[in-house]
Design a protein around this ligand. Sequence first.
Ligand SMILES: *Cc1c(COP(=O)(O)O)cnc(C)c1O
Length: 483
Amino acid sequence: MASTIFEKTSSERKGYTLPDNDVNVKLENCIPSEFCRKEDIHLPEVSELDVMRHFLELAHTNYCIEKGFYPLGSCTMKYNPKINETLVRNDSFNNIHPLQDENTVQGALEILHDLQESLAEISGFEKVTLQPVAGAHGEFTGLKVIKAYHDLNNNPHKNMIILPDSAHGTNPASVVLAGFEVVEIKSNEKGLVDVEDLRAHVDENTAGFMLTNPNTLGLFETQVEEIAEIVHSVDGLVYMDGANFNAILGIVKPGEMGFDIMHFNLHKTFATPHGGGGPGSGPIGVRKDLVQFLPTPMVTKKGNKYFMDYGNVNTSLGKVHSFFGNFAVNLRAYIYIKMLGTKGLRRVSENAVINANYIQKKLENYYYVPYKNQYCMHEFVASGVWQKEKYGIRTLDIAKRILDKGYHAPTIYFPLIVPEAMMIEPTETESKETLDDFINAMIEIAKECEENPDLLKNAPLNTPVRRVDDTLAVRQLNVKFEW
Ligand SMILES: *Cc1c(COP(=O)(O)O)cnc(C)c1O
C-alpha cells in the first residue's frame, strides 16, 4: 500500500497560512488542566501539494460506480445521473429549513407532493408517505401499519408475520423490531413461494406476509393473486418489499397485484448514490383503508397551496423520522422520474432485465445457475458449487479474483437458500461492451479455477489491500493508525 500521510511528514513543512495569534489569553486559565494536552499531538507536517496528492490517491483507491462495473446483486448500483447532484446543491434547495413558514417553501412542498403522487401512480397504491429513510425503515413502518390495522380491528392476537426462506435479512429483523414473530416458509423447486406451504402456515394468528417481487433469486413471483387470497382469507395483510422494483417499473403495479403495502428504496430504484450505506429513502405506499395509519405529516394540496397535514391524529403512527424524511434523496428521485417520464421508466426495467438475462445466458455453461430454465428479471443467482466440488475453490475466492479483474464483486452467499451463491445485478446503465468484458473476465476465472487454483486462493493480488481476515477484524477491531 502507498505510504500514508503520516509517513510523508517532515517538520518544517506545512500546508496552511494562519495570521499571528493576537488573543492574549492563557489556555490554562480557560480549560481545566486535566483536559489540556500534555504532549505534542503529532499531526503530520506536509505541504499543501502533499495533502492534495494524499487525498486524491485515497479517492482513486476507493471503488465506485464511476470507476467501474458494480454488479452487486440486490443493491442496484446503477449510474446516478450527475444532474441530480447539481440540482440538489442549488441554493434554493440547500438553504431552506424544515421549520420555515410553509408560505416560503411552496416549491419544495410541491416537489414532495408530486413525488408522493408519482410513486402512488407508478405502484398502484392510494397514498405514499416519504418519511422513512431506508428500505428497512420502510419495512418497520409498514409492519407498524399492519399492527395498527389489527389493533384497530380488535385483533391484537395477530402476532405472526410469514416470510419466505429467500427473504432479505432486513425482513425478519424488521418483523422482530415491530413486535411480531417470524414464521418462515419454503420456496419451491422453481425458486418461488411454495403456495401449499404458505396455506399450511396461515392461521388466525397470521398478521401478514412479506414478499419481495421479483424475489431475491431474481424471479418474478407469478402467484401473487393466489397468495393474497390465502393471506386475506384470515384478514392478514400482504406486504411487498420493493427493493427490486426497478425490474417492473411501468410494466406492472404491485397495488394491482394484490399487495396492500409496499416500500420503495428510492436510493436503489430512483438513483441516489448509496455505496456507503446512506442517506437513503424508503417511502411506503398503502391501500385506501390503511391511509389513516400513515405517519404524519403528509404533504397535502388545497386549491393552489401546499401544506403539511397533521390529520388522522387518532389513528396515525405519528412520526417515524424527524421532519419529512430525507429531502435531498426524495428530490433526486423526483428529478429522475421527471427526466425519464413514463416511457423512460419502463425502458429502465426492460434494459435492466435484458442485461441480466444476457449475462446469465453467457455464463450458464461456466457456473451453475440453479434456476436457469426461466427468464430472470433484473438479476440472477449463480453458484460456485461446481468450482467447489471439482477444485476446492469457494465463491469467496472467486469474488476476490473478480477484484483483480477490476470489478466490484457480486453479492455472495445470499440468498441463503443457494449454496455458494453469487448474485449478479448489472442494472440498465451498463453498455453491452461492459457486460461482454465482465462475462469474459468471469469465463477467464472459471478457467483459472481449473488450471491454477492457487491463484484464486491467494486472490486478490493487485488490490491496495490484499485479503483481510474478516473474522479477526470483527473479534479484534482496531481502527487506530499507529506510527
Ligand atoms: C436493499 C434491500 C433491503 C433493505 O433496504 P435498505 O434501503 O438497505 O434498508 C430490503 N430488501 C431487499 C430485497 C433489499 O435488496
